[in-house]
Write a protein that binds this ligand. Structure first.
Ligand code: PLP
Length: 370
């Protein structure tokens, strides 16, 4: 039966206790980068079994600092998947370097590791690998290419907090791992980002640069870099910190909804996503492919008329005007799989508070779609 209210694509799971904790911070008057921020950082660091975690203002800020600290800048090239949220490439532009796009595989929507090496030049400095929609890329292959060519690896795990490659949490494998806490992600602080690393020196630079370049190393505060203000507020950390302990439950619930979709969806016009054996998927997004662009757009309208919000999944970045013009790119010939995923992809509702009747209703709608 058609629900009275729109079933959204996603919905943050905010508890009374979260609201209470935010209120406590507001009443305390200590609003920025206080005890809740360090609690959050400690919890993430322990959960992911990594040495260091710093909370910042967004997933874009974390990626930006990671590149800057690794010394990526003017004249350098950075390998980037052609299908992601556009921020993955924007941060390369922000530090003055050039993104070199690599097509994805249609099976997993992640970078096609077999196409990386042919694009490596003597200017290549780093690879940004994206774990698209919460699915780990093939980190074994990517780390071995990076080691062979002496490249840095930044994991854009914006959608993949808690995802694993084999038994290891993604974000902890490369030189830096970046997570977003935007409300479209499974765990949210409103705006926010987490930057993890196992390297003490890199983490020290993060803490200096996120706070205007300040260092306390000589005992006296001094400004040793021209830094940024990328500090998280303490009420944002208070909103999200309990969800780190619940991460396994959150991922399990999302996997259960994904399983319902897998079991229920039966329509020849709709291709379901694939999951490789090496991974724990967080199902940030359940992303299916329609047979062509007209059908995909028709599906978005059809769902909306039936009170279900859907959307395309991510961008084919080389197809976006800025990149297309600046680098004279032809997505259809150079990045056909990324273009296909962008034009024909459809993200279905996925959030923990979704009840089984919602899922059943959505499955029935999909199966009737023609
Ligand atoms: C959401 C997202 C970002 C940006 O994160 P913000 O917190 O919104 O800045 C970057 N990369 C990917 C893959 C994302 O999904």
């Amino acid at each position: 039966m058609k629900p009275e209210k729109l079933i959204p694509l996603s919905k943050p799971n905010i508890s009374e206790q979260d609201i209470q904790q935010v209120n406590d911070v507001l009443r305390s008057g200590m609003l920025v980068q206080g005890k809740n921020v360090s609690d959050l950082e400690n919890r993430v660091q322990q959960k992911l079994k990594t040495n260091y975690c710093a909370a910042l203002t967004s997933g874009t800020a974390t990626l930006h600092l990671a590149l800057e600290i690794l010394g990526v800048g003017i004249g350098d090239e950075v390998i980037v998947p052609a299908f992601s949220y556009v921020a993955t490439a924007n941060v390369v532009e922000l530090v003055g370097a050039k993104p070199v796009f690599i097509d994805i595989t249609t099976e997993f929507f992640n970078i096609d590791e077999t196409k990386i090496e042919e694009k490596i030049t003597d200017k290549t400095k780093a690879i940004i690998v994206v774990h698209e929609f919460g699915l780990s890329a093939n980190m074994e292959a990517i780390m071995s290419i990076a080691t062979k060519h002496n490249l840095f690896v930044v994991e854009d795990a914006a959608c993949a907090l808690g995802a694993k490659f084999e038994d290891v949490f993604v974000g902890t494998i490369g030189h830096f791992g970046s997570f977003s806490l935007h409300p479209r992600k499974a765990v949210t602080s409103g705006e926010g980002g987490l930057l993890v690393t196992n390297d003490e020196k890199l983490d020290r630079q993060v803490r200096i640069l996120r706070n205007h370049g300040i260092s306390y190393e000589t005992g006296q505060p001094d400004f040793v870099e021209a830094g940024y203000n990328y500090r998280m507020t303490d009420f944002q950390a208070a909103l999200v910190k309990n969800h780190i302990a619940e991460l396994d439950d959150i991922i399990e619930q999302r996997n259960s909804i994904a399983q319902d979709y897998f079991n229920g969806i039966k329509n020849n016009l709709v291709t379901l996503p694939s999951v490789p054996p090496y991974t724990r998927h967080t199902w940030q997004t359940f992303h299916v492919l329609l047979a062509n662009n007209d059908l995909r757009n028709k599906a978005i309208d059809y769902f909306f008329q039936n009170n279900v919000q859907t959307n395309y999944g991510a961008q084919c970045i080389p197809e976006m005007t800025f990149y297309k013009k600046k680098y004279n790119l032809n997505s259809a010939s150079e990045f056909p799989n990324a273009l296909n995923a962008y034009k024909n992809g459809l993200a279905l509702p996925m959030f923990e508070l979704m009840n089984p009747e919602n899922t059943e209703y959505i499955i029935t709608l999909i199966n009737k779609f023609k």
